[in-house]
Design a protein around this ligand. Structure first.
Ligand code: MG
Length: 165
């Protein structure tokens, strides 16, 4: 019988991943509406990735014989600031997700459940990568500063070049 505490926490994590997907899609819509299609592309790919993260947890619960229960996904913000402010928001959000995954890991240890620990290893590595990507983009946005050419360069040749899976 799979731990009820872990099942509850993983169901909450599924909701967080789906919210992340929704948040990044809202950011994509903002960039699309503001003539930055490269930034929008980056966000759309990110939104797809977050959906896949939610599904990884979903499949795991199914594999261990526990039930997935879906709750409402919160409404993302409707107004956004500058690209720099948006990426600060993304970085902060991902740090919160990292914390949430680390809490899940601590709970798996507490519940003495190695299979959940093992499954979480993938997510722990993924969060290292997510945070690094966000820091790199923030550094590049700092280099561009208020220079429109810099922002347009990042849009076309950096974020717009992101490869989907
Ligand atoms: Mg995620």
């Amino acid at each position: 019988m799979y731990s009820e505490k872990l099942a509850k926490a993983i169901n909450e994590q599924i909701n967080k991943e789906f919210y992340s997907s929704y948040l990044y899609l809202a950011m994509a819509a903002h960039f699309d509406a503001n003539a930055l299609p490269g930034f929008a592309r980056w966000m759309k790919i990110q939104a797809e990735e977050e959906w896949e993260h939610g599904m990884k947890f979903y499949e795991f619960l199914n594999e261990v014989g526990s039930e997935v229960t879906l709750e409402a996904i919160a409404c993302p913000p409707k107004k956004f600031g500058t690209p720099k402010e948006i990426f600060e928001q993304v970085y902060e959000h991902e740090q919160m997700v990292t914390k949430s995954i680390e809490n899940l890991y601590a709970l798996a240890k507490q519940e003495n459940d190695p299979k959940t620990e093992l499954m979480l290893h993938w997510f722990i590595n993924e969060q290292i990568e997510e945070e690094k990507n966000d820091r790199d983009i923030l550094d590049q946005l700092a280099m561009a500063g208020n220079n429109s050419f810099g922002i347009l360069f990042l849009d076309k040749h950096v974020l717009g070049e992101r490869k989907g899976d």
